[in-house]
Design a protein around this ligand. Structure first.
Ligand code: ATP
Length: 587
């Protein structure tokens, strides 16, 4: 499956504004009560504001013209009271929506993070961490801004406009239509331009992601950059990404600001129309001054929010572009689904069996071609072959980091796809080529993913470590279990990292232990120690060892040669050596 989020195939799935917004609202259904309260407050606010021009018009025609000061004071008091309540409703909804926005941000970030964690390794192969971070941090924040600041203003402005429109039409139908005509032009203009504006914002968010990916890549590889003196190269790449972001941000800014001048112009035209026609109607005796004032007031109530809407609509486009990028992740499903359990009569006693397995990475050539393989319990297997021959890929299929493109992998006679993740990882321990350590202590790192000893005290754990013959390895670290590990294992040598990863895997007592170049950075004395520990593992533990160092594999029961899509028995170590030499010469 193609998991590349920045690939063109995903663009076809982009939702319209309406569908995107509907999907987004589904995510915040639990905020229904607060949204309704805020909605009520904003409607009340709009209604109170709308009563203003009518009261002013009434005051002019009935109290000012007729010099009724008592009525004027009363009317003014009502007006002040109304504006005070309107102020309170505005404060109330702002506070409420601020909280809704923050909670939405929280929910969204959790939803994306949890989804990312469910996705298979292929997803991480195809996407840059920086871009994913930008989606989790930056794009969700765009939505938060929309929710906490813009949504209710948006609804309030719309409600105000609809109310003002009703007043305009009901006060004088023809004049109302003339006043509202520029709004029709605005609507058409907005509909035509919105997809373009959203696209500009989507491109901008993509370049923010690319910039973030660039930063992440250079920070993650700073040692290589310094060692190879590639600062200039990375500076150039960063400048390019930064420049791209600058260009797209500028054009998104222009796109976002295109509404405002046009809306303002239409608004001024509408007010001019009211004035001209209103003055004409007064001279004809069909209108009063108060009515023209009210008309101007309502035209203002109709067109002022429109100006605000111009900015809000741009915010909405940014938020929807962000939401598209977020939904791209939320809509992904892992293709490593768990299928129903179906016992397969084992063709053999094998712990792991490959039946006609084919595999290729997305958009790549086939790496494994029709492989049939049996790994028996308790035996040690070595996978050897030239660089890039497919050893790690074979091991990854055994551990179900990927599924075969064809054929099936069986674990204890059962399709490996029918095991839950927990069952499978309990049975298989995989020590990767580049072990990753988490910030914490060695204890936390060796217990990573190990439920059995999660709450064990240091003393209890030390006993388990002794029983597993690992105490000599732990002794390499001065502060034992409490040795601090920082920033992914910085400050710890690669060999030491491999020892911690080794202890982590052995302590889980798996049925199958895969060591992928797991001792490549360990001195020969310590390697001998690891070999002894491996020998003392339960007799039923199957071991798969991938190694270039031949002394590591000399005790294997069976050696497999992996190259050019094939996994074949190499027979003796000597034979394997010759095959590797041949394979290397060919490639
Ligand atoms: N994530 C990936 N996406 C695409 N192609 C990949 C990926 N990982 C490996 N490959 C390709 O698959 C082939 C086999 O790679 P693999 O890592 O299995 O080889 P290997 O025998 O373990 O090599 P080495 O001895 O260098 O570790 C190589 O051509 C490699 O470029």
């Amino acid at each position: 499956m193609n998991y590349n989020l920045n690939n063109n195939i995903n663009k076809g799935q982009r939702a319209s504004n309406y569908t995107a917004f509907k999907n987004l609202l589904q995510l915040i259904t639990h905020e229904k009560k607060n949204l309704l309260l805020a909605f009520g407050a904003i409607l009340l606010n709009a209604l109170l504001n709308l009563m203003g021009p009518l009261l002013v018009s009434y005051a002019v025609d009935h109290f000012i013209v007729k010099k009724n000061y008592h009525g004027l004071i009363l009317c003014t008091s009502v007006l002040i009271g109304m504006y005070l309540i309107a102020l309170f409703t505005s404060y109330f909804q702002t506070k409420l929506m601020g909280r809704v926005g923050q909670r939405t941000l929280f929910t969204l970030r959790n939803a994306i993070f949890f989804k990312i964690q469910q996705l298979p390794v292929a997803f991480f192969n195809q996407n840059k961490a920086g871009d994913l971070i930008s989606r989790v941090n930056n794009d969700t924040d765009k939505l938060n801004q929309f929710f906490s600041q813009a949504l209710m203003q948006f609804i309030g402005s719309l409600a105000g406009m609809i109310g003002a429109g009703i007043f305009l039409i009901s006060l004088n139908f023809k004049m109302g239509l003339v006043t509202l005509f520029p709004a029709l032009i605005i609507l058409i203009f907005t509909r035509i331009l919105s997809p373009w504006v959203k696209r500009k914002n989507a491109i901008n968010l993509k370049t923010v992601g690319a910039l973030s990916a660039e930063i992440q890549e250079s920070l993650g590889n700073f040692k290589a950059i310094v060692a190879f003196n590639r600062r200039d190269y990375f500076r150039k790449r960063f400048s390019e990404a930064n420049n791209n972001n600058y260009q797209t941000a500028t054009s998104a800014g222009i796109a976002n600001n295109i509404y405002l001048p046009f809306y303002s112009m239409c608004s001024s035209i509408a007010q001019l129309l009211v004035l001209v026609i209103g003055v004409y109607l007064i001279t004809q005796g069909e209108f009063t001054i108060g009515l023209v004032l009210a008309y101007l007031g309502y035209a203002n109530y109709f067109y002022s929010p429109l100006r605000q809407l111009a900015t809000l609509w741009a915010n909405f486009q940014v938020a929807m572009a962000g939401w598209d990028r977020i939904s791209e992740i939320l809509n992904l499903e892992s293709d490593l689904e768990i299928i129903p359990k179906k016992e397969v009569t084992p063709a053999s006693t094998a712990l792991v069996e490959f039946r006609n397995v084919h595999f290729g990475y997305p958009e790549g050539k086939e790496i494994l071609h029709n492989i049939n393989l049996n790994l028996e319990p308790g035996k040690t297997y070595a996978l050897v072959g030239p660089t890039g021959g497919g050893k790690t890929t074979t091991a990854s299929l055994i551990a179900r980091l990927y599924d075969p493109t064809q054929g099936v992998v069986l674990l204890s006679g059962r399709d490996i796809r029918s095991y839950s993740n927990e069952e499978r990882t309990n049975k298989i321990g995989f020590i990767l080529q580049e072990p990753f350590l988490f910030t914490g202590t060695i204890k936390e790192n060796i217990l990573y993913g190990n439920i059995a000893y999660q709450n064990a005290s240091n003393e209890e754990l030390l006993n388990v470590i002794k029983a597993s013959n690992l105490e000599k390895l732990l002794a390499i670290f001065e502060q034992g279990l409490d040795t601090k590990v920082v920033g992914g294992g910085e400050g710890i040598s690669l060999g030491q990292k491999q020892i911690i990863a080794f202890m982590r895997a052995v302590l889980r007592k798996p049925d199958l232990l895969i060591l992928d170049e797991a001792t490549a950075n360990i001195d020969t004395v310590t390697e001998q120690l690891l070999e002894e520990i491996l020998q003392k593992l339960p007799t039923t533990t199957t071991k798969v060892i991938i190694a270039h160092r031949l002394n590591t594999i000399e005790n294997a029961d069976e050696i497999y040669f992996v190259n050019s899509g094939e996994v074949v028995k190499a027979g003796s170590l000597q034979n394997a050596m010759e095959k590797i030499m041949e394979g290397s010469r060919e490639s």
